[in-house]
Design a protein around this ligand. Structure first.
Ligand code: NAI
Length: 335
């Protein structure tokens, strides 16, 4: 039997964590042979609620789930962490300015970066889900200088899953027949969902694997309705459910971390918010969602995709927003 790994979930008493924890405990993220110790971090006020989550985890009676440690102390939670899902953050409340939200969250991710730096393993993989996810990941990495920048990422997998599902539904095929839809940029309404290089397997109809733009045969839909539907999908879920996406966000977080640990399949890429190395002319240093492939727990940004004028204008908009966010965060954190 393998040694257990230490997996941190912050915001552990919240709704995304509630859906994610079962996936971690049952083995669908780290594999059916990999035991896990769960370190559950939330704020002091939520410790009673968290105790209820712990009881439910115990009652799952799952053999891969070893220790369960609920805590409000980041030093305890991040000790020897192998993987961390940073979900906990301050939600936007009515009347709250964007700046207030950024101030609250930037400070949370500064503290957690420092705790990761001190207590986690140096090869820890950190996935930031809490919004504004890209900028939170940037801050967190900045305050954890002893951990490589490549070990921090922000989640845009939910957007990728949404885009893949929408294309599949448009073409009337199963979702797993669609590959390589890209999410570029920020996990916000400026993101650019891009199906230019996506493919669909139409072997059932004898057409084989063809490009999505060819199969859809409607560039106006791809450049307009497809993009705006995905950009606004989170808001549509909130409008209907009165709460933000949770089940689908948890599934996406599991997908992201599983691929990071086990790698992507040949010829397939996934989207992750990672520190830009200047690829595709994106300013270095911001956390930007790119298509990546993953091998031996290391991602590589897919290179050489041609970016047409339409895509370039979309990439510029989302990169500018991220530059502004990171500047605002810097102002907040100024000593
Ligand atoms: P929630 O409000 O149900 O849970 C958040 C939990 O975080 C609460 O239990 C809260 O006490 C805890 N928390 C707050 N500050 C904390 C801190 N300093 N340390 C540890 N825990 C802390 O929220 P939900 O629905 O689980 O969403 C969490 C975050 O994920 C939100 O920021 C949301 O906007 C974001 N999100 C991101 C998505 C993405 O695709 N990147 C998709 C959906 C949501």
């Amino acid at each position: 039997m393998m040694e257990p790994i230490n997996v941190v979930v912050t915001g552990a008493a919240g709704q995304i964590a509630y859906s994610l924890l079962y996936q971690l405990a049952v083995g669908s993220v780290f594999g059916p042979e990999q035991p896990v110790n769960l370190r559950l971090l939330d704020i002091k006020l939520m410790m009673d609620v968290l105790q209820g989550v712990v009881m439910e985890l115990e009652d799952l009676a799952l053999p891969l789930l070893r220790e369960i440690l609920p805590t409000a102390d980041a030093a305890v939670a991040f000790k020897d962490a192998d993987a961390a899902f940073l979900i906990g953050s301050m939600p936007r409340k009515q009347g709250m300015e964007r700046k207030d939200l950024l101030t609250a969250n930037v400070n949370i991710f500064k503290d957690q970066g420092e705790a990761l730096d001190k207590f986690a393993r140096k090869d820890v993989k950190v996935l930031v889900v809490g919004n504004p996810a890209n900028t939170n990941a940037l801050i967190c990495s900045h305050y954890a200088p002893s951990i490589p920048k490549e070990n921090f990422s922000a989640m845009t997998r939910l957007d990728q899953n949404r885009a893949q599902a929408l294309v599949a539904s448009r073409l009337g095929v199963q979702v797993d027949q669609i590959k390589n839809v890209i999410i570029w940029g920020n996990h916000s309404s400026t993101q650019y969902p891009d199906a230019t290089y996506a493919t669909v397997n139409l072997s059932k109809t004898g057409e084989g694997v063809i490009s999505v733009p060819q199969a859809v045969n409607d560039n106006e839909w791809l450049n307009d309705e497809f993009v705006s539907t995905i950009q606004k999908r989170g808001a549509s879920v909130i409008a209907a459910r009165k709460m933000s996406s949770a089940m689908s966000a948890a599934k996406a977080a599991g997908d992201h971390m599983r691929d990071w640990f086990t790698g992507t399949k040949d010829g397939q890429w996934v989207s992750m918010g990672v520190v830009s190395d200047g690829s595709y002319g994106i300013p270095k240093g911001i956390v930007f969602s790119f298509p990546v492939t993953i091998k031996n727990k290391k991602f590589s940004i897919v290179q050489g995709l041609e970016i047409n004028d339409f895509s370039r204008s979309k990439l510029n908009i989302t990169a500018e927003e991220l530059m502004e966010e990171s500047e605002e965060a810097r102002q907040v954190l100024k000593p």
